[in-house]
Design a protein around this ligand. Structure first.
Ligand code: COA
Length: 416
């Protein structure tokens, strides 16, 4: 079985998280990903947050599967020469350096286009064109500048960042879609194109519903927010909504049995309107089914806090999994708060390849997240991340056709 992106060669100039998540996805779909790293240094994450001395970190290994690594000093003459050859042999160049870094190396878009008109040149930057376009950006800056932090957290607390890496991995996903779209377009146009994904834009895209609420606010209070029932006035901007659902079906996080000692003994509970009667029965409040104060979604809006407190009296008598067992057959949407430990140990996630155990020559076995996108004809095998420069000779020989003497010359000039 061939992989969906087999035959597509990626020149991977990415580092840290956003770019590497993008090229890792392309690698899972079968692209040949050639990761270019500085000789002796490599991607900075190789050495960050290390758990084992002198061994590539999990930060690096979990973001760089299914890639080959070549070391190349693209600031040396010989390195630039080799890089030029790589540009000619590859289909896509992906980078997420600080703005202008590739230009400073001598490879602006105009040069790349001239070297290889079919090349797709894809970048992640912190911001798009505008006042902040020259800024360096990391995950949490993007979460803040993209509107996520101002809408996350509790009403009486400061803005909050989320553990989901929506700025880095989220933008990597956006960029990957841009790349495969450009590859599809190239089939018709015969030409490559420039693909840009700004982290701020990616986060804003993921916060779409909050911009929805910003506009709804002009026409009155947001009645599905708990603060409405709590009679707390709304300000001028979309507020932080705690654990409110964000959709038309109110929800909240509720304590379950054992919450006193287990920080994750909680469940997300949604009071979906069509199953309201089932909810009333299961929590022991059958009288709410016909009571006009509770029977309709509109009537319930100003009492959500009381309703969730009442449901919590019931969930506190059950474990989060027992809540699932009671509610699922009744079509009541609930979800357990799973810890990373529980996710790591969950057998069904291992079976689907979402959590995968990988072997590494220096660190031994470790867990990683496999491809979350499943293609029936292009299943992803997770191949361990490369050691620094592990494939330098192989790439120079097989992809660029360099002789032993040429490789030796490059090595003696510290270009590789
Ligand atoms: N050979 C020689 N030099 C190389 C090289 C190679 N193979 N690979 C990289 N370099 C150089 C670059 O040319 C650049 O040099 P320059 O500043 O002289 O032009 C330098 O290494 C790397 O620069 P930079 O990207 O500024 O690294 P940084 O560690 O200072 O900043 C970020 C890191 C992430 C803040 C920055 O890259 C950035 O803002 N990226 C865009 C947004 C982004 O992706 N952020 C999320 C990261 S998860």
């Amino acid at each position: 079985m061939t992989k969906a992106l087999e035959g597509v060669r990626i020149l991977d100039m990415t580092h840290v998280q956003s770019g590497p998540t993008c090229t890792q996805l392309l690698g899972w779909f079968g692209a040949d990903v050639i990761k270019v790293e500085r000789p002796g240094v490599g991607d900075a994450t190789r050495g960050q947050l290390r758990d084992i001395p002198d061994v590539d970190s999990l930060y690096f290994t979990m973001l760089n599967h299914n890639k080959r690594s070549i070391t190349l000093n693209t600031k040396s003459d010989r390195g630039r020469e080799i890089f030029t050859k790589l540009v000619k042999e590859c289909d896509v160049l992906v980078e997420n350096f600080a703005p202008g870094a590739l230009d400073r190396m001598g490879f602006p878009w105009e040069v790349i286009q001239e070297l290889n008109p079919r090349m797709i040149y894809a970048s992640v930057k912190g911001f798009g064109p505008g006042p902040y376009e020259d800024c360096k950006v990391y995950e949490n800056v993007a979460q803040c500048a993209g509107g996520a932090a101002s809408t996350t957290g509790f009403l009486d607390g400061p803005p909050l960042v989320t553990g989901a890496q929506i700025g880095d991995s989220g933008t990597g996903l956006h960029l990957a879609l841009g790349i495969v779209t450009a590859l599809f377009h190239r089939e018709k146009s015969g030409r490559g194109q420039r693909v840009m994904a700004a982290m701020q834009d990616g986060v804003i895209n993921l916060c779409r519903v909050k911009l929805r609420d910003q506009q709804r606010l002009e026409h009155g209070p947001l009645k599905e927010y708990s603060q409405y029932g709590q009679k707390i006035p709304f300000g001028k901007a979309t507020p932080r909504a705690g654990n409110d659902s964000g959709g038309g079906q109110p929800g909240w996080i509720l304590k379950c049995k054992g919450y006193e000692s287990d920080p994750d003994a909680y469940v997300y509970f949604i009071t979906q309107a069509p199953v309201w009667k089932n909810i009333c029965d299961v929590i022991g409040k059958p009288e709410w089914k016909e009571d006009p104060e509770y029977a309709t979604p509109d009537a319930r809006l100003d009492k959500l806090t009381h309703i969730f407190e009442t449901i919590e009296e019931w969930t506190k008598t059950k474990t989060k999994f027992e809540v699932m067992e009671h509610c699922n057959p009744l079509n009541i949407p609930v979800g357990p708060i799973l810890s990373m430990k529980e996710i790591a140990e969950e057998p069904s996630l291992r079976e689907t390849g979402t959590i995968v155990e990988v072997d590494h020559p220096k660190r031994g076995a470790y867990l990683t997240v496999g491809n979350p996108i499943k293609l029936s004809d292009s299943p992803a095998d997770v191949v361990r991340a490369p050691l620094l420069g592990e494939h330098t000779d192989e790439i120079l020989k097989d992809v660029l056709g360099l002789s032993e003497e040429e490789i030796e010359a490059a090595r003696s000039e510290s270009a590789v």
